[in-house]
Design a protein around this ligand. Sequence first.
Ligand code: IPE
Ligand code: IPE
Ligand code: MG
Length: 253
Amino acid sequence: MSVDPAISPRSGHTSGLKIPGHLGVIMDGNGRWATARGKPRTEGHVAGVRALRRLVELCIRYGVAHLTVFSFSSENWSRPHEEISFIFALLRRFVATDLESLMSNNVKVRIIGLREGLDPSLCRLIDDVERRTADNTGLNLIVAFNYGGKADIVQATRQIAAEVAAGRLAPSAITEDTINRALYTSGIPDPDVIVRTSGEQRVSNFLLWQGAYAELIFVEENWPDFDENSFLRVLEAYSARDRRFGGVGTFKR
Ligand code: IPE
Ligand code: IPE
Ligand code: MG
């Protein structure tokens, strides 16, 4: 991964476009991409990792502060065992082979999701990449792995309930901020945009609480085909949205 400063957005490349502070991406359509080419689904996941590297570079160049990508959901355990093992091996390989370039690009990595049930050696790898990139100050790359929005709310509720049971927290003192701090995404601002590729129009249990006011953008291309043009079309669509947050907005009537 190399980032060319000559095409930084600060040189005017993205004039007029709003850059989201936090972009969430549901990277969907790897299997269909592969099937359409007569290849096994696993080839689609390999191509999906290439698209992820491309997106990380784009976010750095265009100045996105936080990027959260959905790479394996709590529901994806219902897939064939071989596909699951392949995806897990890909995560290991991504972490191992990309660590140096993530470091040289000042990327800070956080992996959110349930650690229980994951192989201890995978957990050590995840801890290691988080520790080694912890002081980086560039793009925050958040990988949702073994993640489910409902499961996130369950684990947060358990933490809060334990505080209440121990007498350290009154139920009436529970606020939205208490919940924000207990979620896996603690400290990370809510996503401004959630993009889903492959034409499906659903959130499939991604950032349910955090995405309450995210702009949803659905694009037709399968994830491995998501490139700079797709990214620019997302920025254009986002820039045209009128975010109202329950207010009256800026529509000119
Ligand atoms: C997204 O692509 C990757 C994961 C969910 C792990 P899919 O594997 O869901 O591809 P499709 O949706 O079957 O085409
Ligand atoms: C969502 O895609 C999860 C990820 C991209 C990791 P799925 O392919 O699992 O979602 P559904 O089953 O089509 O809703
Ligand atoms: Mg899918």
